[in-house]
Design a protein around this ligand. Structure first.
Ligand code: SF4
Ligand code: SF4
Ligand code: SF4
Ligand code: FES
Length: 991
């Protein structure tokens, strides 16, 4: 049902209630009516879902005939009447049918918050009494999902939830059994929600226009009377039913509107930005004191009404009893609580002593990709301007630095070249080494729906058959670490067969001849042998890429976390250049950023070689600019990155470290080596919200505040800068990170006086050409900016629209040779271990394990084993296995699944007890030192015991989706008891 907007902007006149309106060809009539403030009821219509046409409440007269305004496209000279007696009667008849499915008990309903569509339509239509009596459905309430419930008795069968699940989230779980005598919404065709394929993304709950689908966190909490015992509420509902014939709905609604207005005094709605992945979903979070009532997405520029389970339901960690609320100081093997003064004084004193004894480069700083831009800026300013070292990094070193390098080499900016909207409109999307449906779920929905509804083509290259691979038109399963080879071979084939975009290369690209020459070794034959891919598949892929009108390539850690991660990223960008897939909507390079603010942490200078905005620390002119602004002398030599910091500790160069919001002891590769380094530090400061594994090595632990307790900005994968606002006070004595960093700096004599993050940004913008025009005012509410932002506030959703970011405006093809992956299998370590995230958990799970619902769905990590390997080694689902590498051991239970094949294993990283990084190595990408996490060989030993499946039956992967076109309203229209309203005039009483 969802329609993509017309691309033809022809304007034409129509008449609405006798008034002439200018409209665009292809517009929906309902959008025109809404834009012109013409009141028309519309229960099932949602602009982000498109016309569903189930409710019939939007009936209007079009050229003398009744028609649904949502399902009607405007045409030249169309005559529309919205308020004729005939249209009005049809609208009321349609709504009366809805009330037959829904009991109006607004005053004792948790959804009575001013935005209930059913309530508001009752008021708009001035309904006094209903003709069709309410009748409950013969089904019970479904409470089996941990996060939301479905009440069939309140369900008006509008189908918004179905449309959202089928065609926006594209999980294809929901449907309505229209042919049943008592239709209802079904999960997997009739399973309990908690045992279905539902991924708990919450789209359905968000778009439900009434209380049929509701967040459990709202129930009994949102209203003044809704926490009363059920018997009392039932009694009140009976009273309302009893007086309705006498007083009418008007008086009853007035009472409920008073109660709704009173709620505003206790319910706070705060716009925030998701703190999990890099998609950058933004939404209102509703709170009552510290209780989180719900997350309500609607206006997010990246996500609209979309979320995934983490953003919608994964906020329990904020109120976890495990939160750190007091500074802690080590005493022997234990920690004791301390005052802020004592802790901060100790930190400042030890930093000053170590600097005096061993020099500024004996200290190292790691900023958090979970924290704000302003906080990363202050952290690097502390390192550079106060301590005097460039030993400053963030976790982009672990994931995205190679992608940034590939883009710096070829096109000049280290960021996505367009927006999620470009991915949606591309003719072809290629995903390489990225599990987007689990790691960037909302972004993946846009690709899934373009693929499902618009015929977008999809090529996926991955070791593992993930959801996007299941959906792909072509799925490649290359040998680990060989993507560079097939990408270069496909590029060579395109050149050799005259399929390159020569006019684009001539006008916009340097180094074509040298690059083409460098491709000589990359024949399809050799690619086929090295990568283990059939020649025909490679030819098909090359042809699809060359013939596509527009192509976006998405990639992530399956590419970057290899010794040749930078080179493979470069090869991707080379391919995009050769095929002319830059500089246009629907094209470009998209390295998918992992953390919510990993892009922003790098953009704002938390890197060893760059000031904010990727300005080089070894450029004298740039340094002079920062020296003048900060009134200090700055170090000229680039500092140590994360990886070298650990080596530096081992070899005695680094004595002290200050880390915030980063679980280094587990997320760094070769975790045992990293932990041993942390244990060696003379002085280690951790700033965290929980006592994490890394905290065990600290000397001082400073309690910080998560995003809901502070102001600031995040930058998402689209280079989109968005503001987050404070929803609640910091818990206990915890403090926002920017305040803590400032307090330390001032104890070291910095003299900073930032009163809030806005003042910090006012310092950043003039120093950073990339962000010159970023102001808090320009980011008010749901406004956002995609860098680079000119001083006048002009931003660039599409990079390179007029030139590439090099002095001559041209891109550069950058030859990249083949290099073998490290750490390959041998007789002892004979299996390849892949690793990554799971949909439900973020990384090791420090935040997500604090959500009981998430924990129930995915309680622990596990090892995926292919059916063939399971047979060979006698492994069953539930068998305990031990994986050993030269670096360490981990134990986990096996899950036998065809998602992996042959000698491939996959272990999700969500474990604090058995982190996969105990077995990963210290090999790194040659250019950026990003660990080669994906190049790990292990020996597998089957342990004696066998337990249950580590994934409970309630995990969504065991469900059975029911894909269909959408709501399939035509099936409703075929029912014997259906007739279009307005055909038989029903007199509904109104005020
Ligand atoms: S996947 Fe589940 S939560 Fe998401 S829209 Fe579908 S039914 Fe609703
Ligand atoms: S549960 Fe679905 S069909 Fe029922 S009222 Fe809500 S959105 Fe409409
Ligand atoms: S897709 Fe990413 S940003 Fe959006 S809600 Fe999920 S975790 Fe948050
Ligand atoms: S709003 Fe048009 S049919 Fe429901």
């Amino acid at each position: 049902m969802l329609r993509f907007p017309s691309e033809c902007p022809d304007r034409m006149p129509i008449s609405v209630n006798g008034k002439r309106l200018e409209v665009e060809s292809g517009e929906r009539l309902i959008d025109v009516l809404n834009r012109s403030n013409t009141a028309v009821p519309q229960v099932c219509y949602h602009p982000q879902l498109g016309p569903i046409q189930t409710c019939d409440t939007c009936m209007v007269e079009v050229d003398g005939k009744l028609a649904r305004a949502c399902g009607t496209l405007v045409s030249d000279g169309m005559q529309v009447v919205t308020a004729s007696p005939r249209a009005g009667a049809a609208q009321r008849e349609a709504f009366d049918r809805i009330l037959g499915n829904h009991l109006l008990y607004c005053t004792v309903c948790d959804n009575n918050n001013g935005n209930c569509t059913v309530h508001n339509t009752t008021a708009i239509l001035r309904v006094e009494h209903q003709e069709i009596p309410y009748s409950p459905k013969p089904y019970s309430v479904d409470l089996s999902n941990p996060f939301y419930r479905y009440d069939p008795d309140q369900c008006i069968l509008c189908g918004r939830c179905v449309e959202a699940c089928q065609n926006l989230q594209v999980n294809e779980t929901l449907s309505i059994n229209w042919e049943d005598p008592h239709p209802r919404v079904q999960w997997d065709g009739g399973a309990p929600i908690g045992e279905s394929s539902c991924v708990s993304c919450g789209h359905c709950v968000t778009v439900c226009p009434c209380n049929a689908l509701m967040e459990k966190s709202m129930l009994g909490e949102a209203g003044f009377f809704t926490s009363l015992p059920k018997a009392a509420i039932d009694g009140m509902i009976d009273v309302v039913k009893g007086i309705e014939p006498e007083v009418g709905y008007g008086a009853i609604l007035e009472l409920s509107e008073i109660e709704s207005a009173m709620r505003q005094g206790q319910v706070k709605r705060t716009k925030t930005v998701c703190t999990y992945c890099g998609v950058g979903c933004s939404y209102d979070i509703w709170t009552k004191g510290r209780h989180i009532l719900k997350v309500e997405p609607e206006h997010g520029p990246a996500n609209g009404v979309s979320t995934c389970v983490k953003g919608k339901f994964g906020w329990d960690y904020v109120n976890s009893p495990d939160r750190l609320t007091k500074p802690l100081i080590r005493e022997g093997e234990k920690f004791r609580e301390a005052t802020w003064d004592e802790a901060l004084n100790l930190v400042a004193r030890r930093f000053a002593e170590i600097k005096a004894e061993d020099g500024p480069d004996s200290l190292a700083f790691v900023s958090s990709s979970k924290c704000t831009n302003e906080e990363s800026y202050l952290m690097q300013k502390l390192a550079r301007a106060v301590i005097g070292t460039n030993n400053m990094d963030n976790c982009s070193r672990y994931c995205q630095a190679p992608a940034t390098t590939g883009l710096f080499r070829t096109v000049g900016y280290g960021g996505d070249s367009g927006s999620i909207a470009d991915m949606e409109q591309a003719a072809l999307v290629v995903i390489i080494g990225a599990n987007a449906a689990e790691n960037h779920p909302v972004l993946a929905t846009r690709v899934k729906r373009a693929h499902k509804l618009r015929g977008q083509k999809l090529i996926v290259s991955d070791l593992r058959k993930n959801e996007m691979a299941e959906r792909a038109d072509v799925f490649l399963r290359p040998r680990p670490g060989t993507d560079l080879y097939w990408i270069s071979a496909v590029t060579k084939y395109i050149f050799d067969n005259g399929l390159a975009k020569q006019s684009f290369l001539d006008r916009w690209v340097n180094g074509v001849a040298e690059y083409r020459e460098s491709l000589a070794p990359f024949t399809l034959e050799l690619a086929s042998q090295r990568c283990g891919l059939p020649m025909e598949t490679l030819t098909t892929v090359a042809r699809m890429i060359a013939e596509a009108q527009s192509m976006c390539v998405l990639w992530a850690m399956g590419v970057t976390q290899h010794v040749m991660g930078s080179d493979t990223s470069t090869a991707i960008s080379n391919l995009l250049l050769v095929t002319g897939n830059y500089m246009r909507p629907g094209t470009g390079a998209y390295p998918l950023r992992g953390h919510n603010n990993v892009q922003g942490a790098s953009d704002h200078g938390a890197m060893p070689a760059f000031f904010p905005g990727y300005q080089k620390v070894d450029d004298a002119e740039i340094r002079a600019k920062f020296e003048k602004a900060w009134k200090v002398t700055l170090p000229a030599k680039p500092g140590l990155d994360n990886h070298l910091m650990i080596d530096g500790i081992h070899d005695g160069r680094v004595k002290a470290m200050y880390v915030f919001g980063e679980e280094m002891s587990m997320v760094d590769s070769n975790a045992n080596y990293v932990s041993a380094a942390l244990a060696k530090l003379d002085f280690f400061v951790m700033q965290e919200i929980f006592f994490t594994d890394t905290c065990r090595y600290a000397d001082v632990i400073l309690p910080a505040s998560p995003s809901l307790e502070k102001e600031g900005t995040f930058t998402s994968t689209e280079r989109r800068i968005q503001r987050l606002h404070q929803a609640m006070e910091p818990l206990g004595d915890s403090r926002p990170d920017w305040r803590i960093v400032q307090d330390i700096a001032n104890r070291l004599g910095a003299g900073w006086s930032y009163k809030n993050p806005k003042e910090i940004y006012q310092e950043i913008a003039p120093l950073t050409p990339l962000m010159a025009g970023v102001t808090y005012e320009r980011l008010e509410g749901y406004k956002s900016l995609q860098w680079p932002v000119a001083e006048d506030g002009t931003d660039q959703p599409l990079l390179y629209s007029t030139k590439f970011n090099f002095p001559d405006g041209k891109a550069r093809l950058f030859p990249v040779p083949w290099s073998e992956p490290s750490n390959q299998q041998d007789a002892e370590y004979d299996l390849h271990l892949n690793n990554g995230r799971l949909l439900e958990h973020f990384h090791e799970g420090n935040m997500t394990y604090r959500s009981e619902g998430i924990k129930a769905k995915t309680p622990c990590t596990f090892v995926e084993v292919s059916p063939e390997l399971a047979t060979e080694r006698g492994i069953q689902t539930g068998s305990w296995v031990q994986l050993t590498s030269p670096y360490g051991k981990v134990r986990a239970q096996a899950v036998v699944t065809a998602r992996v094949q042959g000698k491939e294993l996959y272990m999700p990283m969500n474990s604090v007890e058995e982190p996969v990084n105990r077995v990963t190595s210290s090999y790194t990408d040659k250019v950026t030192h990003t660990p080669a996490y994906k190049e790990t060989s292990v020996h597998l030993a089957v342990l004696g015991e066998k337990g249950e499946n580590p994934l409970p039956r309630t995990n969504s992967r065991f469900g059975h989706p029911t894909p269909q076109k959408g709501v399939e309203v035509e099936r409703k229209w075929k029912r014997q008891d259906y007739s279009q309203p307005g055909n038989e005039l029903v007199q509904i009483k109104t005020r």
